[in-house]
Design a protein around this ligand. Structure first.
Ligand code: SF4
Length: 221
């Protein structure tokens, strides 16, 4: 069933080109198929932290400010100073806390630490969703990203308990679909797209492409 859901979402929405990164010479992250070099991999990590508790649009505005200030690098963020950094990332919210966490993240990358799940989870402010986003979208490692949209949609479909712990849901996905980073990448992006288009807080079930597979179909508008 998990593979079928993926195929339906892919045929409905097409490839999503995650994660958005800033092309050379530009200032705004775009969906161009993910990072191509170490600078863009670091940008993914920064974006994963900035988008915590806020929309991608707000995180993207913070990244634009970092690009304008030419500080979107481990050395740039590490040397900016907390107050200046907080001002630049203000659009992403929680800017003092996120500035401190970005400094820690920048040091981690500057030190050349191994980018493993355990090492990322040891950093302040990096929980499993952020760590898995960095590993999957920044480094192409097969860790399935579970977010609130994943919980909402698959709970409504009747395929899992949306209140279950993060690791349990991650393992359900990783057990149900082939272990492949490209697939994990696209699947999570499609889940986000589906949550925005149809499976909103108040779902638009009428034209939903998953309607005939959904236990909760018709519960919304
Ligand atoms: S039918 Fe409704 S509840 Fe089910 S996945 Fe579609 S939008 Fe969500």
């Amino acid at each position: 069933m998990f593979v079928e859901i993926y195929q339906r979402l892919l045929s409905e929405y097409g490839p999503q080109g995650w994660w958005p990164v800033t092309p050379p010479g530009e200032r705004t992250p775009r969906y161009t198929g993910g990072p191509r070099d170490s600078a863009q991999r670091f940008e993914v990590a920064v974006g994963a932290l900035l988008t915590q508790n806020t929309s991608w649009r707000n995180a993207s505005r913070a990244i634009e400010n970092l690009n304008d200030a030419r500080l979107l690098s481990p050395a740039g963020i590490g040397g900016a100073g907390k107050n200046a950094l907080a001002r630049l990332i203000r659009p992403a919210g929680y800017f003092n806390q996120k500035a401190a966490r970005l400094e820690t993240l920048a040091r981690f990358f500057e030190d050349g630490s191994a980018v493993t799940r355990d090492n990322l989870l040891a950093l302040a402010g990096v929980g499993p969703e952020t760590a898995d986003s960095i590993l999957l979208y920044g480094f192409g490692k097969p860790f399935f990203v579970v977010d609130a949209y994943t919980r909402r949609i698959f709970d409504r479909l009747g395929l899992l308990d949306g209140r279950a712990p993060y690791e349990r849901i991650r393992r359900i996905f990783e057990g149900e679909i082939p272990r492949n980073a490209r697939l994990y990448n696209e699947y999570h992006a499609l889940i986000v797209e589906h949550a925005k288009r149809f499976c909103r807080k108040r779902p638009l079930c009428g034209d939903c492409p998953l309607r005939d597979r959904c236990r909760a179909a018709g519960a919304g508008a």
